[in-house]
Design a protein around this ligand. Structure first.
Ligand SMILES: [Zn+2]
Length: 125
């Protein structure tokens, strides 16, 4: 059976920020390749700088998220990891984790973090 791999949210956001930096650098590099066309160079350069700035913002955001995340010891690999939301995955071994006893043993699903699900869960209580 094919199992979907869930990576921890912090790792996901971190790789997104990394991709943004690379995209920004590539765009600026693209600007260098279009030598001669001033406005094109300017557009590439501005887009590249914007992407790198955005990734800085994302990095700051990860920082604040990490502060809010709950540090726990993963039951699977016994390494310290951080959790965001009701369900998340271990940063090291991708073990799915939950803080909610009601969700224990259930198939991991990102929907448990959404407001809609929380509202429905409260209604059924
Ligand atoms: Zn683990």
């Amino acid at each position: 059976m094919a199992r979907l791999m869930y990576s921890s949210k912090i790792n996901k956001i971190r790789s997104f920020a990394l991709i943004l930096i690379f995209a920004g650098i590539l765009l600026m590099y693209g600007g260098i390749l279009t030598k001669g066309i001033d406005w094109l160079v300017a557009i590439f350069f501005i887009l590249g700088v914007l992407m790198i700035l955005l990734s800085c913002v994302v990095y700051v955001w990860i920082g604040t998220l990490s502060l809010k995340a709950i540090p726990i010891i993963c039951p699977n690999c016994e390494k310290p990891t951080k959790m965001l939301g009701r369900v998340d995955a271990c940063m090291h071994c991708k073990q799915t984790l939950t803080l909610d006893k009601d969700l224990e043993g259930k198939e991991f699903d990102e929907k448990y973090n959404t407001r809609k699900y929380r509202r429905e869960a409260n209604k059924s209580k």
